[in-house]
Design a protein around this ligand. Structure first.
Ligand code: FRU
Length: 325
């Protein structure tokens, strides 16, 4: 018989409404197939820190055994995370950090390295000379700060590269468009734009296209595997490059399972990045397609297996009726 879920995994997501986080949830659900002992309780804070705090409190009331959390902003989320941890509930922080040491483990991409690789790519593209614009994420979320620091430090090694403007796009398209309109003059002078995610990179592309601003190269971060998301945009030549930011969804679920089984996890798990541009995007697409086919097959097999189990149980039931009549 299929095991009843024994553990409740609370997952507090800062926002659910973008490709990168859709991919994270898909990866989690795939991994959960292998853990029938765990049930996921999912809450989406829709980019609001106060809402996320309230939702973590709701998860506590629902008696979770472990908390997974990707904090919208580092400071406002810190006290409630510390509170959960102080109750003896393990906490795994994902992607965005919280301003507290009270957590069990952190899993996320190497955001400083992402910034550094972006700067080095730009230096190579512009042969060390030109005007650069950065578009950042939400000011209070940790990848914004780390990507910016990594980017600035690496850019400083090239005296011919000038950072002429830093726009705050807050991770989303409409804020990016507004910031672009306020910085129109700087954009017209720029050679290249580094946007801290692909959503903002695509918004910058559309801004330049609509305003008739030619010849600006744009690079982003995430490289999510959906139409109109990073890999597709690099493939179509809309973006020059995107830095892969692994979601950590699979790792989070398997770490949660290990913690609940009494194992001690690594305190920090840094997931590696890779730069995707026209030289390797085809290969990436092929690999993604292959993985997707494999996952579909696994899902089909899983549902066949469930069907078989049901049939078996029905037969057992019938046999019992026959035997007792
Ligand atoms: C998705 C997102 C990604 C970005 C990450 C940073 O919500 O904005 O695009 O890489 O969050 O935390």
């Amino acid at each position: 018989r299929q095991a009843e879920p024994k553990y409740r995994i609370g997952f507090s997501q800062c926002t659910g409404n973008d490709d990168w986080r859709r991919n994270m949830l898909t990866e989690m659900k795939r991994e959960l197939f292998y853990h029938p002992e765990m049930k996921l309780l999912y809450k989406d804070a829709e980019s609001s820190s106060p809402r996320q705090v309230a939702q973590i409190r709701e998860l506590l009331k629902e008696k979770i055994d472990i908390l997974l959390v990707s904090p919208n902003e580092a400071t406002p989320l810190a006290p409630v995370i510390a509170e959960v941890y102080a109750k003896g509930i393990p906490v795994i922080i994902l992607d965005r950090k919280a301003a507290t040491d009270s957590f069990t483990a952190y899993i996320g991409g190497d955001n400083r390295n992402i910034g550094k690789l972006a700067a080095e790519y730009i230096a190579a593209q512009l042969h060390g000379k030109g005007r650069v614009i950065e578009v950042t994420g939400l000011r209070g979320s940790s990848p914004t700060v780390e990507r910016h620091e990594g980017f600035r430090a690496a850019l400083a090694k090239y005296p011919g590269l000038q950072l002429t403007a830093t726009l705050e796009g807050s991770w989303v398209a409409d804020k990016t468009k507004e910031a672009a309109a306020r910085n129109d003059a700087a954009i017209r002078q720029a050679n290249i734009i580094f946007a801290q995610n692909d959503v903002m990179a695509y918004a910058m592309y559309k801004y330049c296209r609509d305003k008739g601003i030619p010849n600006i190269r744009i690079i982003g971060v995430d490289a999510s595997p959906y139409p109109d998301a990073g890999i597709d945009l690099v493939f179509r030549g809309v973006l020059s490059a995107s830095l892969l930011y692994p979601s950590g969804g699979k790792e989070a679920i398997s770490m949660a399972a290990n913690i609940l089984a009494g194992k001690k996890p690594a305190r920090n798990t840094l997931l590696q990045t890779v730069l995707i541009d026209s030289t390797n995007v085809k290969l990436m697409r092929l690999q993604i397609d292959k993985i997707q086919v494999q996952h579909q097959e696994i899902e089909q097999q899983q549902s066949l297996l469930q069907e078989q189990r049901r049939l078996y149980q029905d037969q057992q039931h019938l046999l019992r009726i026959v035997a007792t009549s």
